[in-house]
Design a protein around this ligand. Structure first.
Ligand SMILES: [Zn+2]
Length: 296
């Protein structure tokens, strides 16, 4: 692709994805920080070609020669080079007036990437080989995503989501998908979570319950503790007559290593208030979630 083709192609991608209004918003923005993945590269190119004078680029990956990003930074890039530096040079070629500012890699991100690269060496790999060049960056991002529960305050999530209501029948949200990582092996465990409660003058927005499950499961966990945490925060914030939580999960640390039990499902439950003291309440809950055979 020559420069003109590349520009046309970038405009086309942007137009498809964000429309004319979106393009105008890009041009109007007073501060822009652009990553080079996804739409970032076509946006950077479009802005440079449109005479925008200043761009802040932010991307911690290195060039891997796989896609449009490579096309955009192709003249100066070589494999393994930081994308931002290559893109800066390429954008200046298109618009010599443009001032590109590169955001530095955050120290903790860089350290985690280095650790992943070291781990690869210790496992007998070569982190400089083509397929692994961007692996430390991807692992770092994935780990941060999979542990984003640490950034969420479950208590805070429920504030403002509680409503007064005279309703005292059992409320159940079942089959909530969850994904967590066991704190012993840093391997995933995942499955379904079922939550029930009996309101006491207060109910919670139903969509908040999966978010509470997410906030606690996206951390390093053991399933038993996770189950208790979900039940206790709901009991505390709702002041409910009772709360029941049942979790069913498959653990990769059991399936892929050690006992290699592929089809085992671990079931945990935590019952509070009426769910603990009233056998009938507990049985109704277990029946409604389709788990009649679990015992407290
Ligand atoms: Zn484990």
């Amino acid at each position: 692709m020559d420069d003109q083709q590349l520009l046309r192609y970038s405009r086309h991608i942007l137009l498809n994805e964000i429309g004319i209004e979106g393009q105008q918003r890009l041009l109007d923005a007073r501060v822009l920080i652009i990553g080079l993945g996804g739409l970032g590269s076509p946006a950077a190119l479009y802005l440079a070609a449109s005479g925008v004078g200043r761009l802040t680029l932010c991307d911690h990956d290195t060039v891997d020669f796989s896609n449009l990003q490579r096309q955009i930074i192709h003249r100066t890039a070589s494999v393994g080079q930081p994308k931002v530096a290559s893109a800066q040079a390429a954008l200046r070629d298109i618009n010599p007036e443009i001032e590109c500012i590169a955001l530095p890699v955050r120290a903790d991100e860089a350290q985690l990437r280095d650790l992943v690269a070291q781990m690869l060496v210790m496992l007998g790999e070569d982190p400089k080989r083509n397929g692994l060049l961007n692996t430390p960056g991807r692992v770092e991002k994935a780990l941060r995503f999979m542990t984003h529960g640490y950034q969420q305050d479950a208590d805070h999530l429920l504030n403002g989501a509680l409503f007064p209501m005279e309703y005292d029948e059992m409320v159940i949200v079942k089959d909530i998908d969850f994904f967590s990582m066991c704190e012993h092996h840093l391997l995933p465990f995942f499955g379904k979570c079922h939550v029930g409660y009996i309101p006491n003058k207060k109910v919670v927005g139903l969509s908040k319950i999966p978010r509470i499950v997410d906030a606690f499961s996206r951390r390093l966990q053991v399933q038993e503790h996770l189950t208790v945490q979900i039940a206790e925060i709901l009991m505390k914030k709702l002041g409910a007559h009772g709360v029941g939580v049942v979790m069913e999960a498959q653990h990769l640390c059991m399936m892929m290593r050690g006992v290699e039990k592929q089809n085992t499902i671990a079931v945990t439950s935590h019952m509070l208030g009426d769910f603990r003291t009233q056998q009938q309440t507990r049985e109704e809950f277990l029946k409604l979630i389709g788990r009649g055979r679990i015992r407290e």
